[in-house]
Design a protein around this ligand. Structure first.
Ligand code: ZN
Ligand code: ZN
Length: 350
């Protein structure tokens, strides 16, 4: 099969011919990939980031973790899926048996596996997907393959972040720092739930897209002090802030944009500049009684709630898909993320 192979961090990634995957065990399935989203996490993986958080792949590896496809083959213990079923690949896989997995909080699994980091991912014509009955999702009829790919990682991650960890509610004033795929989803979900949303970025084209997706006001942090702008627009500070990028500056500004008892949601993992360590104003957090909440992927029990929201609300992962591309075009797009050049979500169609 054809697949992107990451052989060296920051090296040239290429599409190569590699052997087709085989079922790893009786609980696994083989999925024929139909569409796969390109994500900033792919860029972090190419850069060799996240060793400090235990997300360091053994090379060579096939990256990719935002896929939608068709079941090609099933292991003999798999009961819930059959050949031809349309499925969405979740980014994080639970083990099924640890205390968190037993209460369906699969994203907090003691041995969480990340597609494309812990094992070969989805920039490939086929993938082996382990523990399918516990982890795999069905593609809803309302979405095509491209929509399913856009649902795979960033939509779920942002949805869990703002709904579960941030507890967004109608009337909240929300600020979202970073208008990539995660940020756009956070804006969309918060606006659809009746919040007033401010988007912050440093590029005007990304802010324009944020407006189309649902942001009520936008702030270009290159032209204006974003913390002061948010304080002015919200008359004192936001109820909830989201750092959808994961850099020291965006994290700090997001927290400083809050009002008393505000809630911060940290969705983006950091870069090599921070290696996970960001200096925070602890006395401000204490004196203002702020909450700082981490958020990682989405627990499996939330999938049904998210689908209901998509089918009954105004949110849609398809809104942010700006371009479909070929597998051969994907490596250059991933590398271009160093300059933050991608707008919205790019999806590889096979
Ligand atoms: Zn992703
Ligand atoms: Zn587990």
């Amino acid at each position: 099969m054809r697949a992107i192979l990451l052989e060296q961090f920051k090296g040239k990634m290429e599409v190569k011919n590699v052997p087709d995957p085989k079922l790893s065990d009786d609980n696994a399935v083989i999925i024929k990939i139909m569409a796969n989203g390109i994500c900033r996490s792919d860029w972090h993986e190419w850069m060799g980031d996240w060793e400090w958080v235990g997300l360091f792949p053994t090379l060579p590896i096939i990256p990719g973790h935002e896929a939608c496809g068709l079941i090609e083959e099933v292991g003999k213990n798999v009961k819930l899926f059959k050949k031809g079923d349309k499925v969405v690949v979740p980014v994080g896989l639970g083990c099924c048996t640890c205390p968190s997995c037993q209460i369906q909080n699969s994203n907090n699994c003691d041995t969480l596996r990340i597609v494309g980091f812990s094992f070969n991912g989805t920039f490939a014509e086929y993938m082996n997907f382990p523990d399918a009955d516990y982890n795999l999702f069905r593609l809803p009829e309302s979405l095509d393959y491209v929509g399913g790919a856009a649902l795979g990682c960033r939509f779920q991650t942002a949805y869990h972040g703002v709904v579960s960890r941030g507890q967004v509610k109608p009337g909240d004033k929300v600020v979202v720092y970073g208008c990539g795929g995660i940020g756009l989803t956070a804006i969309d979900v918060c606006a659809s739930m009746g919040a007033y949303v401010i988007a912050v970025d440093i590029m005007d084209d990304k802010l324009e897209l944020a407006k189309k997706v649902g942001a009520h006001d936008v702030v270009n942090a290159r032209k204006t002090n974003p913390v002061q702008a948010v304080k002015d627009l919200t008359h004192g500070g936001a109820d909830m802030s989201v750092d959808a990028l994961g850099e020291a500056e965006t994290c700090l500004n997001a927290i400083l944009s809050l009002r008393n008892r505000g809630r911060h949601v940290q969705i983006g993992l950091t870069t090599q500049a921070e290696k996970g360590n960001v200096s925070l104003p602890l006395d401000v957090i204490t004196a203002m009684e702020l909450s700082v909440n981490g958020s990682l992927t989405m627990p499996k029990h939330q999938y049904a709630q998210m689908l209901t929201h998509i089918e009954r609300g105004t949110v849609s992962p398809v809104k942010y898909v700006t371009k479909t591309v070929t597998l051969d075009e994907a490596p250059a797009i991933i590398e271009s993320m160093t300059e933050y050049k991608t707008l919205g979500v790019n999806v590889v169609v096979f």
